[in-house]
Structures are given as C-alpha cells and as structure tokens.
Design a binder for this molecule. Structure first.
Ligand code: ADP
Length: 250
C-alpha cells in the first residue's frame, strides 16, 4: 500500500542518517573510554578519581548500547538468512527470554509440531524476539502471561509461518498503536525506551519478505503478529547459544 511504501522510504532515510551518526558516535566513545582508562592508570591511588572515571565509563557503556541499537536499526549488518525451525529458535533462547521477563511473567509456548521452516537471519530474529518479549514484560508490571504461538498459514495464496506473541498487559490506545512502528516513538520516557524496538522488528520482517501487525486495545493486552515466508529447505543444523550475551547489556 501507499502508506507502507512511505513508511519504508522514511525508515530508509532515517536509517542512513542514524547509521552514519552512530558509527562516528562509536568512535568518539572509544576515544573517551581509552582516555578514562589512562586517567585511571595515572591516578591509581586516588579513590575519588577512580570512582568518577568508573561512573563516566558506565555512561560510555550506555552510549555504546544505544549506538549498537542504532546501527542494528540502520541495518549496517546485512542479513544472513538461513533455513530455520522456529521451534529450535525458541528452544535456544528460552532461558534468555525467561531471564528477561523475570518470574512475574509466565511464558507459554503453543508451537505446531508440523510448522514449516522459515528463511530468516537467526541472530537478528533472536534480537527482534527479545525486543518484543521485553516490550511485553514492560506492559505487564504486575505480571501476566506471555503466549508464544507458531502455526502455518496462507495469505494471498502464499505460504507463511505465523508467529504470534500475545501478552496480557496494558495494551495500547489507538494513538499509540498508530505510531508504534515509528522509529524513536516511545511512551516510556527518557533513558527507558529508545523507540527502536518495533521499528527494528518492522524493518527486519519486511526485509525478510514477511508481514507484521499489532492487535491491541487498552486493558485487552497486545498481540504482535509476524508472518515469515516458508522455505522448502531443511532447517540448518545450527543450535543457538542459549547463553549468548544480549546487546552488551548493563
Ligand atoms: P520502546 O520499547 O523503546 O518504547 P518500541 O518501538 O519497542 O520502543 O515500542 C514503541 C511503543 O509502543 C512503546 O513505548 C509502547 O508505548 C508501545 N508498545 C510496544 N509494545 C507494547 C506492548 N507489548 N504492550 C503495550 N504497549 C507496547
């Protein structure tokens, strides 16, 4: 549709810009960090200096995390698609997801045993899933249920695997839902949300030849629907590393 095209063009323009800025920003952070290391060495005996440098380096790490998200958003890293079985993908990151949502959120899986394989970049798919799961967790401060379902489906005669993440959280009012995929749109406040999670998910899914939409209403929870194209290829033997570090987290 027209709006989808405009959205894609807008994303591309912002992606180019942020990619460039994030890259230079990373170099700047690198120089700051190196000099902080040097200052710490020059003032080993000075506890106050050590403490201040430590604080500054914590801030540098936060900046590095943000620029990593910006770079991922700008899709500087090209996609490396392979044939995947979503069952295996979730098995590989189950522990990570459970740790991310904490004990107050119960995770349920409804994965069709006959689900087709999909063609997608495994690393970036995991990143997208983690971002969506963190969003669901944010939406359920008092706890709740996050259901992950995977099933085969058809749309306009084409075969897709339908991945749905359904939370029992606060849901979105119409005006939030309308803007949720916009880059930098966030209702979470400064330092809490980058507003990049859903726009990254959007970019990834579109680039993978799929579809993504939201089903949400205040008080009724949110479902993120993702359709990924089926592939005939057998899933690659890859098993994801469950303990892989998450975006240099802090
Ligand atoms: P961020 O999480 O950094 O704010 P996102 O792009 O991931 O950025 O999300 C944009 C906005 O969409 C969020 O600030 C929030 O208002 C809304 N949102 C996203 N996921 C959910 C969800 N599962 N439930 C309710 N609101 C959500």
């Amino acid at each position: 549709t027209q709006t989808a095209l405009m959205h894609a063009q807008k994303l591309e323009a912002i992606g180019k810009l942020t990619g460039g800025v994030a890259h230079d920003f990373n170099n700047v952070l690198h120089i700051i960090n190196g000099n902080l290391d040097l200052i710490k060495m020059l003032a080993v005996a000075n506890a106050k200096v050590q403490e201040r440098c430590q604080l500054a380096q914590t801030a540098v790490r936060r900046g590095a995390k943000l620029s990593a998200q910006l770079l991922a958003f700008a899709r500087k890293q090209p996609l490396q698609p392979s044939a995947l079985k979503l069952d295996d993908v979730f098995e590989g990151i189950d522990l990570l997801l459970k740790r991310a949502v904490g004990e107050r959120v119960e995770m349920r899986y409804e994965i069709a045993p006959d689900a087709w394989n999909v063609e997608a970049d495994p690393q970036q798919l995991e990143n997208v899933i983690l971002n969506l799961v963190l969003n669901a967790s944010d939406a359920m401060p008092e706890g709740g249920v996050l259901a992950v379902s995977v099933a085969n489906t058809l749309r306009d005669g084409a075969e897709y695997v339908h991945l749905a993440l359904r939370d029992s959280g606060v849901g979105m009012p119409e005006e939030v839902k309308a803007r949720a995929f916009e880059p930098f749109f966030s209702t979470k406040g400064v330092g809490k949300g980058t507003g990049l999670g859903l726009s990254m998910a959007y970019g990834f899914v579109k680039q993978s030849g799929g579809h993504i939409d939201l089903d949400s209403a205040p008080g009724a929870g949110t479902t993120v629907n993702i359709l990924l194209p089926r592939t005939d290829e057998a899933a690659s033997a890859r098993k994801s590393e469950a303990a892989a570090p998450v975006q240099g987290g802090d």
